[in-house]
Design a protein around this ligand. Structure first.
Ligand code: ZN
Length: 293
């Protein structure tokens, strides 16, 4: 198994994300670790949990240590304390319902205080390690400029995945292979359709839209960074038209571009400069998609 990024590298890559993206990633990782804990414990005890069992019911049934929360003190900080006195960056809060006990522990002390077997603890921490690798995969893809496979935009994905895509956070390779597996038949169909569509286009049966920045009213030499005032004076009417029609956007890729465009304007409003060619490419793709162009 490849080793995960160091804490320092993770910290550096997380800084590249916007607030929305880093909050989503944090909560996704926490949620994954909590479910991993539950899954390993249930497996160890031979308890089969039905998919519609709520988390509460599951813990009543399991009668064991529940992972309530994972606190993260942030890179370079150790604000929490383990029951043994050690200062911690990551603090696991575990709770036993029947015994009504709560402990705040570091990873190395999880076994000592809960009396869970070393084997189970190892299973759990291995599971956590895999989730950290998933985080690394997302962060590295973000840095390298990962593009969402356009066919995914047409799949009926779970709400959480949709959000992840729309806010512009890459999918991990694990998430991607889950999607490929779950929607195998639909993906074969969509890819086949796309192939025929492309062939038809090549034969010239259908006129196609291609985005050419040179065809826009902006001359090439002026493309660079722009300010809020410049963006508004040039593109206000187009942006307004897109905003008015935004409820009609159903394709996830287009929703992602719309979200990105909104973020660009948010940044512009706060006095930042924005890459005009990027703004234009999103704007024209949305105008075209919404049939406003
Ligand atoms: Zn400890």
């Amino acid at each position: 198994m490849a080793s995960p990024l160091t804490e320092k590298e993770v910290n550096r890559l997380v800084q590249l994300l916007n607030d929305e993206q880093s909050e989503f990633l944090q909560s996704y990782l926490k949620q994954s670790k909590k479910s991993k804990w539950l899954e390993k414990l249930a497996h160890k005890k031979g308890v089969v949990l039905h998919p519609d069992t709520s988390i509460d019911e599951a813990w009543d049934q399991l009668d064991d240590w529940e992972l309530k929360e994972i606190l993260d003190g942030g890179y370079g900080n150790r604000p929490y304390k383990c029951e043994c006195g050690m200062a911690l960056r990551f603090c696991y809060i575990v709770h036993h319902r029947k015994e009504n006990k709560t402990y705040r522990l570091g990873e190395t002390c999880l076994g000592h205080y809960t009396m869970m077997s070393a084997e189970l603890i190892k299973d759990i921490t291995n599971g956590f390690h895999k989730i950290d690798l998933e985080r690394d995969s997302i962060l590295l893809r973000y840095k390298q400029g990962w593009e969402l496979p356009s066919v995914y935009g047409r799949l009926p994905l779970a709400e959480e995945l949709k959000t992840q895509i729309v806010i512009g956070l890459p999918l991990s390779s694990i998430q991607e292979s889950r999607i490929e597996k779950r929607f195998k038949q639909q993906l074969i169909k969509i890819r086949e359709q796309n192939k025929w569509h492309r062939l038809a286009q090549m034969k010239g049966h259908h006129p196609t839209y291609t985005f050419q920045p040179a065809a826009s009213p902006v001359s090439h030499s002026t493309i660079g960074l722009i300010t809020y005032e410049e963006a508004i004076s040039k593109y206000q009417s187009n942006i307004d038209a897109i905003r008015q029609s935004s409820p009609k956007i159903t394709d996830l890729l287009m929703l992602r571009k719309y979200n990105h465009l909104q973020n660009m304007f948010k940044a512009l409003k706060q006095g930042e400069l924005v890459d005009e060619s990027k703004l234009l490419s999103h704007m024209f793709e949305l105008l075209y998609y919404l049939k406003l162009y």
